[in-house]
Design a binder for this molecule. Sequence first.
Ligand SMILES: [Zn+2]
Length: 141
Amino acid sequence: MVTSLSLVYSAAAVRRMIGDRFPVVRVEKWWKVCLVVFRGCRPRFMSRQAFLKHFVEWRKAQARALQVTRRLGSSHCFSVRNQSKGSVYEVQTFIGGLSCSCEDFQNQIQFFGRACCKHGYAVLGHLGFETLSDYIEQRQE
Ligand SMILES: [Zn+2]
């Protein structure tokens, strides 16, 4: 089950950030840091900021492999295809943000009230934006 904690401060994120030499037993979210407990190795602190940065960077990196197609007759509906998985998700852009039909996006909305998944980043890249904030700022003018 995905929780707000496991969405960002996950063992998988730790593995991607520092490698998988020692298995992660658990990640505890503290005030400004996380305590990461390993099997066979001393626990270590990692900054919460590092997890948050990784959360975004990981999705942006994955977005680069996705193929974005604007839906015919629509200026704000896109199909985002993952060639290797054969999956397709629908992304819609609007003033103040975007939405996606994938589970990651729905989880982020549920836990954080805002979201941008790899499909969203793929569409933002397609439209020439680096971040969701840049897009939101531009669309308000
Ligand atoms: Zn998505």
